[in-house]
Design a binder for this molecule. Structure first.
Ligand SMILES: NC(=O)C1=CN([C@@H]2O[C@H](COP(=O)(O)OP(=O)(O)OC[C@H]3O[C@@H](n4cnc5c(N)ncnc54)[C@H](OP(=O)(O)O)[C@@H]3O)[C@@H](O)[C@H]2O)C=CC1
Ligand SMILES: O=C(CO)COP(=O)(O)O
Length: 341
C-alpha cells in the first residue's frame, strides 16, 4: 500500500462535487466518478458542475473518471456520495473492484429503502472487517463550495481511519470532528431529513415561530428516543450529526427537504414540489424507513409518522398538523428521556 492517499469520490451531484473539491484543494489526488460520462467530460472541460453547483470553480487537481474500475483502482479511500436509494447498487458494483487495502466511507444520508437497514450494515455485510466510516453533519453543499465555515463529523469503529478521512478533508473553513458512533451519526443525518419536512410544512402554512421551535424540539425528542432504542449514544444525537443537522435543515431554505415541506404547506402537490426541487429529496424514502424502525421498536413518533402520512398522500398537511395538536395532554418526559425515571 502506498503512503500517498488517493481519494475516489463516487457520485457527482452537489455533495460529491463539493467534497471532492475540498480534498483536491487540500492537495489530495482526487478522482470524481459519476454515472453520466458526458456530464463529467463537460466538468473536465469547463471546470464547472453546471447542473449541481454552477457557482463553484472546480480545482485543476481534480480528475474526472467515468470508468468506475479506473476511478477506484489504487485508491486508498473511496467516498460514496450517491442518494440512499442508489447506495446498495453502488456498493454491489464497487465491491468486486476494490483492492484489499482500500477503506470505504460514505456521506449519503438515509437507509436501504424497503428494509430500514442502515448503510453501515450494508457495508459490513458486503465488506466484513473493512475500515469503514460515515461523514455527516450540518453542511449545505452550496455553502461548503463557497468556502463558508462549516463543521462536520466522521464516525468509524476504526479510529485511525476516522482520523485519516478527517485529515483528507479538514481545512481552514471546514472543521472535521471524529467519533466512533456510526449508528448514531447515521440515524441523526437520516432522521433530520424527515423532521425538516414537518417544520417546512408548518412554515409553509405560516403557523409561526412557536410552531417551528416546538416541532424542532419534539422532533429532537423523537430522534433521541429512536436513537437510544437502537443503541446510539445520546451525545452523538446532541452533536453535529443530530441536533446540528436538524437545526440547519429545519431552518435553512437551502434544504431540499425543508423546501418540500414549504411547498406542501403552501398547497403545491407532492410530485410538482419534488420536480421543482430537481435534486434528491431523501425524506421521500427515509420517512417510510423511520416509521418502520419505530414500529419495530414499539415507539410512537407522531411527527415522523405524520410526515410519512403527508408524503404518502394519506392526510393533507392541514390534517397532519391538526392531528399533532389534537394529541392528548401529557408530561413532557413521561419516563425520563431515556426511560430511566
Ligand atoms: N447537497 C448537500 O448539501 C448534502 C447532501 N448530502 C447527502 O448526499 C447524498 C447525495 O446528495 P446530493 O449530492 O446532494 O444529491 P444531488 O441530487 O445533488 O445529486 C445526486 C447525484 O447522484 C447521482 N445518482 C443518482 N442515482 C444514481 C445511481 N443509481 N448511481 C450513481 N449515481 C446516481 C446523480 O446522477 P445524475 O445527475 O446522473 O442523476 C447525481 O450526480 C444524499 O444522501 C444527501 O442527503 C449530505 C450532506 C449535504
Ligand atoms: O444534509 C444536508 C445538509 O446537512 C442537506 O439537506 P437537504 O438534503 O435537505 O438539502
Amino acid at each position: 500500500m502506498t503512503d500517498q492517499p488517493i481519494l475516489a469520490v463516487l457520485g457527482a451531484g452537489s455533495w460529491g462535487t463539493a467534497l471532492a473539491t475540498l480534498a483536491a484543494r487540500n492537495g489530495v489526488p482526487t478522482r470524481l466518478w459519476g454515472r453520466d460520462a458526458a456530464a463529467l467530460a463537460e466538468m473536465a472541460a469547463s471546470h464547472r458542475n453546471q447542473r449541481y453547483l454552477p457557482d463553484l470553480e472546480l480545482p485543476a487537481g481534480l480528475a474526472f473518471e467515468p470508468d468506475l474500475a479506473k476511478a477506484v483502482h489504487g485508491a486508498t479511500t473511496v467516498l460514496i456520495v450517491v442518494p440512499s436509494h442508489a447506495f446498495a447498487q453502488m456498493l454491489g458494483e464497487l465491491v468486486p473492484l476494490l483492492g484489499p487495502d482500500t477503506s470505504i466511507s460514505w456521506a449519503t444520508k438515509g437507509f436501504e429503502p424497503g428494509t430500514g437497514r442502515f448503510l453501515h450494515e450494508l457495508v459490513a455485510e458486503r465488506l466484513p472487517g473493512r475500515a469503514a466510516a460515515v461523514l455527516t453533519g450540518p453542511s449545505f453543499a452550496r455553502e461548503v463550495a463557497a468556502g463558508m465555515p462549516s463543521a462536520v463529523t466522521v464516525h468509524s469503529e476504526h479510529e485511525a481511519f476516522a482520523q485519516r478521512l478527517a485529515d483528507l478533508l479538514h481545512a481552514p473553513n471546514f472543521r472535521v470532528y471524529t467519533g466512533n458512533d456510526v449508528l448514531g451519526a447515521e440515524l441523526g443525518g437520516a432522521m433530520k431529513n424527515v423532521l425538516a419536512v414537518a417544520t417546512g410544512v408548518a412554515d409553509g402554512m405560516r403557523l409561526g415561530l412557536n410552531a417551528r421551535a416546538g416541532l424542532i424540539t419534539r422532533g429532537m425528542n423523537e430522534m433521541l428516543r429512536l436513537g437510544v432504542a437502537l443503541g446510539a449514544k445520546p451525545e452523538t444525537l446532541m452533536g453535529l450529526s443530530g441536533l446540528g443537522d436538524l437545526v440547519l435543515t429545519c431552518t435553512g431554505d437551502l434544504s431540499r427537504n425543508r423546501r418540500l415541506g414549504l411547498a406542501l404547506g403552501q398547497g403545491v402537490g407532492i410530485h410538482e414540489a419534488v420536480a421543482q426541487i430537481g435534486q434528491v429529496v431523501e425524506s421521500m424514502v427515509t420517512a417510510n424507513e423511520v416509521a418502520r424502525l419505530a414500529d419495530k421498536h414499539g415507539l410512537d413518533l407522531p411527527i415522523s409518522k405524520g410526515v410519512r402520512a403527508v408524503l404518502r398522500g394519506e392526510v393533507t398537511p392541514v390534517e397532519g398538523m391538526k392531528a399533532l395538536m389534537a394529541r392528548e395532554q401529557k408530561p413532557e418526559y413521561p419516563q425520563g428521556l431515556f426511560g430511566t425515571h
